[in-house]
Ligand binder design. Structure first.
Ligand code: ZN
Length: 139
């Protein structure tokens, strides 16, 4: 009997994080916005990491940012990453003022540069999980 390969890319979805994952499936990346201090945070938390206010609402990111840094990953033994090598792990600064760890798709690494404009995309990786990815703006 064949068994499915284990996967190391799927989150445990809790009731508190279900809206976040549901929104991604609908093509929206949710950020936490604090009504106490006005600052935005990512990932969304029930308590603001800046001022500890519990008056936090979810807002959809516009999906535009700039590339802060990246690294081409050539070695990762864990499935399903091992089938996607090489891939580009990156950090992107969203225009809302938060930094997100993500992957860059649809562009070779030699075309990347610090500060370049990137746009969000949404990539389903299972029936329940869609992840945000980024590609050069306008591509
Ligand atoms: Zn706050």
């Amino acid at each position: 009997m064949a068994s499915a390969a284990p996967r190391f890319d799927l989150p445990t979805i809790e009731p508190e994080t279900q809206p976040f994952w549901d929104a991604l499936k609908e093509g929206k990346l949710l950020l936490g916005k604090c009504n106490g201090c006005g600052r935005v945070h990512y990932y969304p938390r029930p308590m603001c990491p800046h001022c500890w206010s519990e008056d936090v609402t979810l807002v959809a990111a516009a999906g535009r940012g700039t590339l802060y840094t990246w690294s081409t990953v050539f070695v990762n033994d864990l499935p399903p990453f091992n089938a996607k090598l090489p891939y580009i792990a990156a950090q992107v600064d969203l225009e809302e003022g938060v930094r997100i760890t993500t992957i860059i798709v649809d562009v070779p690494p030699e075309k990347l540069s610090i500060g370049m404009a990137v746009d969000i995309g949404f990539e389903p990786i299972s029936d329940d999980v869609t992840i945000p990815v980024f590609r050069p703006a306008g591509s």
